[in-house]
Design a binder for this molecule. Structure first.
Ligand code: ADP
Ligand code: MG
Length: 482
C-alpha cells in the first residue's frame, strides 16, 4: 500500500445567496446587517395558514447564472419540501427543487497557474431558500436564532466529480465568484456567507475508475480555505488507506486555525429528508420569450471580454486576464478606450499604475477619483512626448490624485514636469557626468560600450527624469565619440 499512488476525486456544492431586494417567497427585506429578527413576516416564520409566493427577480437571477454557464434551462420547474427538524428552520422544511432543477449540464472553464485549461461539468443548478442563522456567541448559556436570513433566495451549483486538486477547486470557486459578481446576482462574499462552498472529497488508487468513499467538508469561509481543506483532507484519506484503514463516509468541518478537518457527523446519522412536492407553489414555466428577455439583460461576460481584448485590441492573454479579473477594471479600461487608441498603455495604466495605487491604499476602483478621460489625457501627453512615462506615473499621477478636478496638462505646466529637450540643459548635465567619471570614460573609449547606459542613466537621474531620454542618449554618445 505504501508505494501506491493515489488520485483525488472532488465535487463541489456551492450555495449562492441571490441579491434580491426581498425574500424568495415573501416580501421581507433581505438586507444584510439589520437587527436580528426584524425582517420576519409570518411567512418567513412559517406560521400556519401562510402561503408562499414566487419572487420573479430570484428566478431570473438564477436563470442568468445558468445561461452564463451554458446550461439547459428546465421549462417546467416544480418545487419540493425537504423536511428536517432544526432550530434555524422555522417551517420544519426547506422549499427547494428536487427532481426539476432549473439548470442542468453546463460547463465551467477554469485556468490553472500553469496556464493549463480544464472544463468542469456541472450537474445542476437549483433554486432553494436559506435557513435562519444560529448565533452561538451572543449569550452565555443559550444559542440564539436570527430568522432574518430565513427564506432568502439561494441557488445551489453542484459539480460533477471532475475536480482533482485543491488548486483546481480554488480556480473553480474563483471563477464562480467572478461570474456572480459580473452578473450582479450575489456579492460573492465568503466571509459573510453569501457564497458558501461544501467540498466532497475521496481518493482512489491512481488510474482506478471506482471512486472511494467520499467525505463532505463544510465551513470554509474563504477560497484559500477551500484549497487548504481539500489539500489536508486528501492527505488525511491517503494516510488512512496507507495505514491499512478505511475512510468512513462523514461530514467534516474545517478548522482555519490549523488547517485541519474534524468529524461532525457520520454517514449513518444522515437524515432522510422525505422530499415531497410543495403543494402551495405553482410550477414556474419558462418560455423562450422569458429566456430571451433574461438574456437581453445580461452583461458582457469575462469570456466575451477576454476574446475582445485579445483579438480586437491585441492585448496579451496575461494582460487581458488581469483586466477581466473584476468587472469594474474591465469597465474602466473600456471607458478609457473611448478616449485613446493606445490599448497597451491603457491596459498598463489600469492594471499596473491604478491597481498599484489602489492596493497600496487599500482602496477599491469604485472610489477611484480620476475619470477615464483624465488617464487618457496622461497617455496622450506621454505619446506626444510632452512628458515621459516615469515622470507621468511617479509625479503627475500622484499630483493629480491630490487635485482630481484638475486636468493633467495644467499640472504638467504648474509643476513644470514637461520633458526637457533643450539641448543646452542636457549638455550641461552630460558634461558634469562625464567629468565625474573619468575612469569610466576611459573604459568606454577602450571598448566597453555597455557603459553608455550608465551615463545616460546618470543624466536622467540628475535631470530628475525630465531630460528627453533619446536626446540624452544622443548627446552622451556624441561627446564620448568626439
Ligand atoms: P449525495 O447523494 O451524498 O448528496 P451526490 O451524488 O448528490 O451525493 O453528490 C454530491 C456531490 O459530491 C457532487 O458534487 C458530486 O460530484 C460529488 N461526489 C459524488 N461522489 C463522489 C465521490 N466518490 N468523491 C468525491 N465527490 C463525489
Ligand atoms: Mg445530493
Amino acid at each position: 500500500m505504501k508505494s501506491m499512488e493515489f488520485e483525488a476525486v472532488i465535487g463541489l456544492e456551492i450555495h449562492i445567496q441571490l441579491l434580491t431586494k426581498s425574500k424568495a417567497f415573501s416580501k421581507d427585506s433581505t438586507e444584510y446587517g439589520a437587527l436580528p429578527n426584524t425582517q420576519v413576516s409570518p411567512i418567513s416564520l412559517g406560521h400556519p395558514g401562510t402561503l408562499p409566493k414566487h419572487n420573479n427577480e430570484a428566478i431570473s437571477m438564477a436563470m442568468k447564472m445558468g445561461l452564463a454557464l451554458d446550461c439547459d434551462i428546465t421549462r417546467i420547474n416544480r418545487y419540493s419540501r425537504k423536511n428536517y427538524f432544526y432550530a434555524d428552520l422555522p417551517k420544519g422544511y426547506q422549499i427547494t427543487q428536487f427532481d426539476t432543477p432549473l439548470c442542468t449540464n453546463g460547463i465551467v472553464p477554469i485556468r490553472l497557474k500553469s496556464g493549463e485549461e480544464k472544463e468542469i461539468r456541472l450537474t445542476r443548478i437549483h433554486m432553494e431558500e436559506d435557513t435562519g442563522k444560529s448565533m452561538h456567541d451572543q449569550d452565555l448559556t443559550d444559542t440564539l436564532v436570527d430568522y432574518n436570513r430565513a427564506g432568502t433566495p439561494l441557488i445551489e451549483v453542484v459539480t460533477e466529480p471532475d475536480i482533482k486538486t485543491g488548486e483546481e477547486a480554488y480556480a473553480f470557486v474563483s471563477e464562480i465568484r467572478r461570474l456572480v459578481r459580473y452578473l450582479e446576482i450575489c456579492d460573492g462574499n465568503m466571509e459573510e456567507g453569501s457564497l458558501r462552498c461544501d467540498a466532497n472529497i475521496s481518493v482512489m488508487p491512481k488510474g482506478s475508475n471506482v471512486f472511494g468513499t467520499k467525505v463532505e467538508v463544510k465551513n470554509m469561509n474563504s477560497i484559500s480555505n477551500v484549497r487548504r481543506a481539500i489539500d489536508f483532507e486528501i492527505q488525511r484519506q491517503i494516510k488512512i488507506i496507507q495505514d491499512g484503514g478505511k475512510v468512513s463516509g462523514e461530514t467534516r468541518g474545517f478548522n482555519g486555525l490549523n488547517g485541519s478537518t474534524f468529524s461532525m457527523r457520520k454517514k449513518e446519522e444522515v437524515n432522510d429528508y422525505r422530499y415531497f412536492p410543495e403543494p402551495d407553489l405553482p410550477p414556474t414555466i419558462i418560455t423562450d420569450k422569458i429566456i430571451n428577455e433574461v438574456k437581453s439583460k445580461m452583461p458582457d461576460l469575462p469570456r466575451h471580454l477576454f476574446k475582445r481584448f485579445t483579438s480586437e485590441y491585441g492585448l496579451s492573454e496575461y494582460d487581458a486576464n488581469v483586466l477581466i479579473d473584476d468587472k469594474l477594471s474591465a469597465k474602466y479600461f473600456q471607458e478609457l478606450l473611448n478616449h485613446t487608441n493606445n490599448f497597451k498603455a491603457a491596459s498598463n495604466w489600469v492594471s499596473v499604475t491604478i491597481r498599484g495605487y489602489l492596493n497600496e491604499n487599500a482602496l477599491h476602483l469604485s472610489s477611484f477619483p480620476l475619470k477615464p478621460i483624465q488617464i487618457a489625457e496622461i497617455i496622450k501627453l506621454i505619446d506626444n512626448g510632452t512628458i515621459n512615462h516615469s515622470i507621468a506615473s511617479q509625479k503627475l499621477f500622484p499630483a493629480i490624485l491630490e487635485s482630481p478636478s484638475a486636468s493633467p496638462k495644467e499640472i504638467v505646466e504648474k509643476l513644470n514636469l514637461g520633458t526637457n529637450s533643450d539641448t543646452s540643459f542636457i549638455e550641461e548635465i552630460a558634461n558634469i557626468v562625464l567629468s565625474e567619471f573619468p575612469e569610466k570614460v576611459k573604459e568606454y573609449k577602450n571598448g566597453k560600450k555597455g557603459l553608455l547606459g550608465m551615463f545616460v542613466g546618470e543624466v536622467m537621474k540628475r535631470s530628475r527624469g525630465k531630460a528627453d531620454p533619446k536626446m540624452a542618449n544622443q548627446i552622451i554618445q556624441e561627446k564620448l565619440n568626439s
